[in-house]
Design a protein around this ligand. Structure first.
Ligand code: GDP
Length: 458
């Protein structure tokens, strides 16, 4: 029986290799690409990367024979400039891209970098497109899609937590989790297929109850991962906080105090803030994106009216609203007015002058009183479960996970009502949806859209 199951596992694995991936791989040329990987600014050093078939020949033309993975200090002579550089040659497949790769570290002057790149063009390379190095790494099997996306996240991260989460994804934490779920699902599909194809074997041990129990287990693994997106998104994109309240409540002062710099203009004149002013601060490793909005009042002037509308929209789009309550404010009316179902923290500002016992917290933007406590409160209100090591961090991964979950849900609902082969087909659809996350099942379109967002040189 084990032989039968193994054979079916083999079939399941083979059917999940997406043809589009193979076609895509074939049409990508393995020509030599070159790009500057560091910002084009004056700096101590600058890194230029060359990769593809033919890199070894270019390396020889530039520096003579280089032993792979050894660091060389060389003079690089081009038509326009000569610079002393450090060069390392990596022979395929032991390189970032999986192709032959040369890394040149020159002095950080854009003039030098451009001259070297132009020189390498003349030796047969072409400019790399956005994300083309990482795309090749993916196509050469050096990383999966979650790892490739994580590399971009490492570069884009605004917080240490963001860097650490992206780092563990780049090391395969998310990939391994997805594969673990896929393997469980694959075993289940195999057992279902056995029951369909070999009914005479009378698989007593594989009852419908067992199928149900295992399916519930796998579905809950998917749900946990799907729910991690909320935290992953917070770590990656930060928490949006809108400060709302009447004119002169101290919204601009609070924004300045929270972000620790003069971002918004503070005056005694009502209606000074007409457009949304933004700032950000980091607290407990999370980035908070704060918006100071126009005061909520029945504005007469057209520009101010637009400002008031914008502040309502801002509250709508934020993750949390900080409402600066003034004496005599009708909180209920405010909630109805902005019609948001967001978590609202009711704050009394100017507590250096007077306090309000009905507010959740009394602060003073002027003196800084209770500002850290307010930051804690904001953080506790919307940041939960951000210490997990594996999380989904983008919409694409989340959508694929939802697709998988919905297929598993269908399978579970239909258990006992329809034939096993329909159940098996739902399970396979779920398996494939997971494969889209790692890119083991993918379409050109998805892959293109991922790498298009990378910078050149990555
Ligand atoms: P906004 O219209 O809600 O943005 O309010 P502003 O930040 O422009 O502040 C309006 C006025 O209140 C200014 O004169 C501020 O100096 C003053 N103000 C802001 N926060 C405090 C505070 O905590 N205590 C006191 N005493 N005055 C404050």
């Amino acid at each position: 029986m084990n032989k039968v199951i193994n054979k079916i596992i083999h079939n399941v694995q083979n059917t999940t290799v997406d043809k589009t991936c193979i076609n895509f791989y074939n049409i990508i040329m393995n020509d030599v690409i070159v790009a500057v990987c560091t910002p084009m600014l004056k700096s101590a050093l600058c890194v230029i990367r060359v990769s593809g078939e033919g890199t070894e020949k270019i390396t020889r033309q530039l520096f003579g024979e280089l032993e792979p993975r050894r660091v060389y200090y060389k003079n690089l002579v081009t038509e326009k400039i000569t610079d002393s550089v450090v060069a390392v040659f990596f022979r395929a497949p032991a390189s970032f891209t999986g192709d032959d790769t040369l890394e040149i570290t020159c002095h950080g002057n854009p003039l030098i970098a451009n001259a070297i790149v132009e020189h390498v063009y003349k030796l047969g390379a072409r400019p790399a497109q956005n994300g083309e190095f990482t795309r090749r790494a993916y196509l050469n099997g050096k990383t999966d899609l979650t790892g490739a996306e994580a590399i971009k996240d490492i570069i884009d991260a605004d917080t240490e937590k963001g860097v650490n989460l992206a780092y563990s994804a780049s090391e395969g934490a998310l990939f391994n989790k997805i594969r673990e779920i896929q393997e469980n699902l694959r075993d289940l599909i195999a057992q279902t297929e056995v029951a369909i194809d070999y009914p005479e074997e009378e698989l007593e041990e594989f009852t419908q109850n067992q199928l149900q129990t295992k399916l519930v287990e796998i579905k809950s693994q998917c749900e946990n991962l799907k729910n991690s997106y909320e935290s992953g998104k917070i770590i990656k994109e930060g928490v949006k906080v809108a400060i709302i309240g009447k004119p002169n409540a101290g919204k601009s002062s609070l924004l300045n105090r929270l972000v620790g710099e003069e971002t918004a203009i503070v005056t005694e004149i009502e209606g000074t803030t007409r457009d949304v002013v933004r700032g950000k601060y980091i607290h407990r490793g999370i980035c908070f994106l704060v918006a100071d909005t126009a005061g909520l009042r029945d504005a007469e002037d057209t520009v101010e009216k637009i400002g008031v509308r914008k502040s309502k929209e801002e509250a709508e789009e934020s993750d949390l609203v900080v409402y600066l309550r003034e004496r005599g404010d009708d909180f209920e009316q405010f909630i109805n007015k902005i019609s948001v179902k967001k978590r609202v923290i009711v704050v009394k500002n100017k507590s250096d002058v007077e306090c309000d016992e009905d507010a959740e917290i009394n602060v003073s933007a002027l003196t800084g009183k209770n500002i850290d406590a307010l930051k804690d409160k904001i953080c506790e209100a919307c940041v939960k479960g951000v210490d997990a090591e594996v999380m989904l961090t983008n919409r694409r991964q989340y959508d694929c996970m939802c697709e998988c979950e919905s297929n598993l849900k269908n399978a579970l609902q239909n258990l006992g009502c329809i034939t096993l082969d329909c159940i098996s087909s739902d399970l396979e659809l779920g398996y494939n949806a997971l494969g889209k996350i790692t890119g083991l099942i993918g379409s050109d379109e998805i892959i293109d859209s991922i790498f298009r967002n990378f910078c050149v040189g990555k």
